[in-house]
Structure formats: C-alpha cells, structure tokens
Ligand binder design. Sequence first.
Ligand code: FES
Length: 148
Amino acid sequence: MQRREFLKKAIKFFFSVLFISSSAVAGLFLYPSKIRKKQVRFFEVMKEEELPRRGVKKVVFQIPRGDHLINTRVFFVNNGGSLFVLSPVCTHLGCLVNWHRQKGEFICPCHGGRYSIEGKVLGGPPPRPLTRLPFKVEKGKVYVGLKV
Ligand code: FES
C-alpha cells in the first residue's frame, strides 16, 4: 500500500469514527428517556401510626406504570426496634417472597429461597439478601422510595 493510499484510508477511518461518535452523542440528547437510569421516587404508603411496633407488615400500594397504576408491595420490618423496609423481590430470579409468620422467615414460592427477618439468605438459591428500600416519615405520613 502506498503512503498516499494509506493516508486516504486513515482519514476516512478518522471521519467515520468522528461521525459515529457524534451521532451517538446526538442520540443521547434526542432520546434521553430511552437511556435514563431509573430514579428513586417516594410513594406515600400509610400513616405513621400504622408502622409495625414489632414484626413484619406487608404494605400494598399503587405505583404508575406507563399510563396506568399497578399494585406493588413492600415489607415494613420492626425487628427489636430496628425499623427497615424490604423489597419482596427474590434475588434469585425475581419472584415475590411471602412472610411466613410461623417459621419467622421470608419464603420464595418459586424455588424455595429462604430469608431471615433481616432479609439475609438462609437457604435455597438466592445469591444475595433482600434489598432494603429507603423510606421516610414526614408530617405523620410514611413514604417508600422505589426506582421507577
Ligand atoms: S426466584 Fe426465588 S428462589 Fe428462585
């Protein structure tokens, strides 16, 4: 390959890369919702006096999905004065766990995953603990933060 030919190809390659990368950047500005990460949004779920004084309380509420509302749920846990919120989504394949009061465990109906009241894995295939969700209490109302 002669030097002139090589330079032509190098310049073509350079402008091709420049075109592709600038198109990608333009796409980010034109279609931000397609690539925007989900942000935490707080949803009112109950009154402060309804918080569990001990044990586990399942709370069902609605969140927007597209142009309609869907039911979702979380678990408020008060374990010895430590209050936190657990996601019901099993960390194995995403089934919804249930609280089994007699056993004192969260149990996943899909493959038998078991979690402690703290959300730690006790058995089965789940690779990680249940996710703790942010929550806050403001003016007597309780809010849970979800990524939507
Ligand atoms: S999805 Fe829960 S154990 Fe498999």
